[in-house]
Design a protein around this ligand. Structure first.
Ligand code: SF4
Length: 201
């Protein structure tokens, strides 16, 4: 688990991140169709996390009711069984902290949970859009589904002034940049979230 000093630095970084991501979401608002009650991004995934983020998430558990904690424990047990039976290379699952289609640890959620929804560049500088584009959600109004990319023709046809842009908001970048270095914040390795709650080595 991350130490108190690391968690303090992480809290400071989160303040910076919230502001920055807020600006990006505002800028990209013509392409963002996230709405209350939609939990699609928490229903199937690996949820890349680091130890600091998971330790911070666990601080939030102390704020939950015993009933919610029981539901989370049951979710984790189900995920443990599903993972043992999974034959796929990637194990995708619902986040165990998603209760009644809402994040039970919203204020303590990880970086991927905060940045998800925006178009972004991955580690190799490939432009990606969130998977919910296939559900007719984010960036679907400017997406070329055949070529799997943002289409400048579709964008022009919308008449929207603000261009659809990708930002450097991939988890790799957000856990390893000038600000994290300045803060002396070492996130360490990024792993699927299940690694942490299943207690794997
Ligand atoms: S921690 Fe919350 S926001 Fe993040 S994936 Fe889980 S339910 Fe979704």
């Amino acid at each position: 688990m991350a130490d108190v000093n690391a968690l303090q630095k992480y809290r400071i970084y989160l303040q910076y991140l919230e502001k920055k991501l807020g600006e990006y979401f505002q800028e990209q608002s013509p392409y963002i169709f996230c709405k209350a009650g939609c939990s699609s991004c928490c229903e199937k995934g690996e949820y890349p996390f680091t130890e600091i983020e998971f330790s911070y998430l666990m601080l939030g558990v102390q704020t939950l009711s015993p009933d919610t904690i029981k539901k989370i424990e049951a979710n984790i047990e189900q995920i443990r069984k599903d993972k043992a039976e999974c034959k796929e290379k990637k194990f995708l699952h619902a986040c165990p902290f998603l209760i009644d289609k809402k994040c039970s640890l919203y204020d303590f959620r990880g970086i991927i949970c905060r940045s998800h929804g925006l178009a972004f560049f991955d580690k190799d500088q490939h432009l990606l859009v969130p998977a919910c584009v296939d559900e007719g959600l984010n960036y679907s109004n400017v997406y070329d589904f055949e070529n799997r990319t943002i289409s400048s023709e579709k964008y022009k046809a919308t008449g929207i002034k603000q261009e659809p842009l990708a930002h450097n908001v991939g988890v790799y970048y957000l856990t390893n940049n000038e600000i994290t270095k300045e803060l002396g914040l070492d996130f360490g390795e990024i792993k699927p979230m299940a690694h942490f709650f299943l207690g794997e080595d």
